[in-house]
Design a protein around this ligand. Structure first.
Ligand code: GLU
Length: 481
C-alpha cells in the first residue's frame, strides 16, 4: 500500500437518496484519500437506465457536499480518467467487450428468461446451487446462426473455470474463497453490448486506476466475478475491503423500518455534518475501542482499514443524537448562529432576541431543531403555558408569595446581567428562608411557560427587566390561588 498513491472512489447508483450505508462508504474512502495524499473519485453508476435519475445524482452530490466529502475527480469537476458517469462510457465498455470476445473469455447465450428459470427450478429440486449450466457455451456456430436468424435475444456470458477456487484477499475479512463451480458463467453484457453492473464496474475501476475498492459487504459476492474479469482483461485487480453491514437494533439490515436512513432526512432533522460524520466513522471502525469523539481532521489522521471490524455495526439513533449534541455544544457561538440562520424559519431568525437566545440555548441542544422548541419563549411573546408548567406552578404552595416578593425585588435590580441576577436572587431567596432551588424553579417556569428551558439567569438577561417582570405578572394572573 505504501509505495502507491492511493486512488479510491465512491460509486453510487443514482436511484434514490444517499443513505447511511453509502455515506459511510463515501466517508471511509474519502478518509483514506485525504489521510494519504491520494485521490478520491466520484463515479456515477447509472447503467441501469430505468432506475437512474438526474435528481438522484444531484441529491447525492448535494448530500456529499453538505457532509464536506469533496471529490478530486467526478462528473462535474472532471479529471484525467473521465467521463465519470457510466452512461457516457459506452465506448470503453465496447472496447473491453471486444477484448474479452477476442480472447475467448465470453460467449453468446441465447437462453430465454423462461429457459433460465426452468434450469434454476431443476437445480433447486435437485438441491444444487442455481448456477447457469453453461449450455450455450457448447452450441455450434451453425446453431448460433439459426437462433440469431430466429431473432432470439442474446447476451454475453463470461466463462468461469469449472473447477478450483477464486480467492479474494480482503483487507477487512482476510482471505475469502469462492468455489468456481458455484459462481457459474455470468452475463457481462446484453446482446447490444450494453454492460451489466459487474462488468462496467471492473472496466471503470481499471481505467480510473483505482487502487482500493472499499465498499459494503453486500458487494462481496460480486467480487469473485469481478476478479476473474480483471484477470481476463489483463488488468491488475485493486485491493478489496468490504465494510460490515449496518443493522438496526433487531440485527436486521438498516432500512426505512428503523426510521430515517438518508443523509437528507438527518440534515432536515437538525443534525450537523460533523456529528453525523463522527457517528458514521464509528459504524464499523474504532481507533482504540473507547474513543468516540472525533473531528473530521482527527478522523483523517487516525483512520485505517486495519481497524475496520467484520461484525455488523448496529445503528443506534440515541448515540448518534448524543454525539451530535457533543459537537453542537462545542461549536463557536458564531458558527452555531450561522447554522441556525440557515436551518430555522424566518420568524425565528428575525426575532430581535435571536442571537442572544442562541448563546443561551446552545448548552441544552442536541439538534439544530431543538433551538426553536427550547428557545421559543425567548424568541417570541409568551402567550400560553404548557399544561405541565401550569401544574408545576399550581403545586407550589408558596407560588404567589414567591412571585410577589421576587417581582418587587427584581424591580430594584440595576445590573441586569446573569451573574449579578444569580447572586442577588439567591440572596433574596435566602432572606425569605425558602430554598433557592424552589424560587428559581418558580421564576424559570413563570417567565417561560415551560418546564424544560435554558438557564434562568441567562434567560432573564436575554428578556431584560421589563419583559421579565411582565411575564411574572402574566404567570400570576394565570395561576389561581
Ligand atoms: N454502484 C454500486 C452501489 O451503489 C457500488 C459498487 C461498488 O462500490 O463497487 O451499490
Amino acid at each position: 500500500m505504501a509505495d502507491r498513491t492511493i486512488r479510491v472512489r465512491f460509486a453510487p447508483s443514482p436511484s434514490g437518496h444517499l443513505h447511511i450505508g453509502g455515506a459511510r462508504t463515501a466517508l471511509y474512502n474519502w478518509l483514506l484519500a485525504r489521510g494519504s495524499g491520494g485521490s478520491f473519485v466520484l463515479r456515477v453508476e447509472d447503467t441501469d437506465k430505468d432506475r437512474s435519475t438526474d435528481e438522484a445524482i444531484s441529491e447525492i452530490c448535494a448530500s456529499m457536499r453538505w457532509l464536506g466529502l469533496d471529490w478530486d475527480e467526478g462528473p462535474d469537476v472532471g479529471g484525467d480518467h473521465g467521463p465519470y458517469q457510466q452512461s457516457e462510457r459506452t465506448d470503453q465498455y465496447a472496447t473491453a467487450l471486444e477484448k474479452l470476445k477476442a480472447d475467448g473469455h465470453v460467449y453468446r447465450c441465447f437462453c430465454t428468461p423462461e429457459e433460465l428459470e426452468a434450469e434454476r427450478e431443476v437445480a433447486r429440486q435437485n438441491k444444487r446451487a442455481p448456477v447457469y449450466s453453461g449450455k450455450c457455451s457448447r452450441i455450434s456456430e451453425a446453431e448460433m446462426q439459426t437462433m440469431e436468424g430466429e431473432g432470439r435475444q442474446s447476451s454475453f456470458r463470461f466463462r468461469v473455470p469449472e473447477v478450483g477456487v477464486t480467492v479474494i484477499p480482503d483487507a477487512v475479512r482476510g482471505r475469502v474463497e469462492f468455489r468456481n463451480e458455484l459462481i457459474g458463467d455470468f452475463i457481462v453484457a446484453r446482446g447490444d453490448g450494453s454492460p451489466m453492473f459487474n462488468f462496467a464496474n471492473v472496466v471503470d475501476d481499471s481505467a480510473m486506476k483505482i487502487t482500493h475498492v472499499v465498499r459494503g459487504e453486500d458487494h462481496l459476492s460480486n467480487t469473485p466475478r469481478q476478479l476473474l474479469m480483471y484477470l481476463a482483461l489483463g488488468e491488475t485487480p485493486p485491493e478489496f475491503a468490504h465494510l460490515p453491514m449496518i443493522v438496526g437494533a433487531d440485527k436486521k439490515p438498516l432500512s426505512k423500518r428503523h426510521g430515517s436512513t438518508s443523509v437528507e432526512e438527518f440534515r432536515a432533522k437538525g443534525y450537523l455534518a460533523e456529528g453525523l460524520l463522527n457517528y458514521l466513522a464509528l459504524l464499523g471502525w474504532s481507533l482504540d475501542g473507547s474513543t468516540t469523539e472525533f473531528t473530521l481532521d482527527e478522523l483523517t489522521k487516525s483512520f485505517s482499514l486495519d481497524r475496520v471490524g467484520k461484525n455488523p455495526a448496529v445503528f443506534d439513533m440515541e448515540k448518534l443524537e448524543w454525539l451530535n449534541g457533543v459537537h453542537l455544544r462545542k461549536l463557536p457561538v458564531e458558527t452555531l448562529t450561522k447554522e441556525l440562520r440557515e436551518f430555522c424559519s424566518e420568524s425565528t431568525t428575525s426575532s430581535p432576541r435571536f442571537e442572544a437566545a442562541v448563546e443561551v440555548v446552545q448548552e441544552k441542544m442536541k439538534l439544530l431543531s431543538d433551538f426553536e422548541r427550547l428557545g421559543s419563549y425567548l424568541l417570541s411573546d409568551l402567550e400560553e403555558f404548557e399544561d405541565a408548567a401550569v401544574e408545576k406552578l399550581q403545586g407550589e404552595e408558596e407560588f404567589h408569595s414567591i412571585l410577589d416578593s421576587c417581582s418587587n425585588f427584581i424591580e430594584t435590580i440595576k445590573d441586569f446581567t446573569k451573574d449579578n441576577l444569580h447572586e442577588s436572587i439567591r440572596a433574596h431567596a435566602e432572606s425569605l428562608e425558602i430554598k433557592p432551588r424552589r424560587v428559581f424553579q418558580v421564576l424559570r417556569i413563570s417567565i417561560s411557560g415551560k418546564t424544560v428551558t435554558a438557564g434562568l439567569f441567562e434567560s432573564l438577561e436575554v428578556l431584560g427587566k421589563e419583559e421579565s417582570l411582565a411575564r411574572l405578572q402574566f404567570a400570576k394572573k394565570l395561576i389561581s390561588n
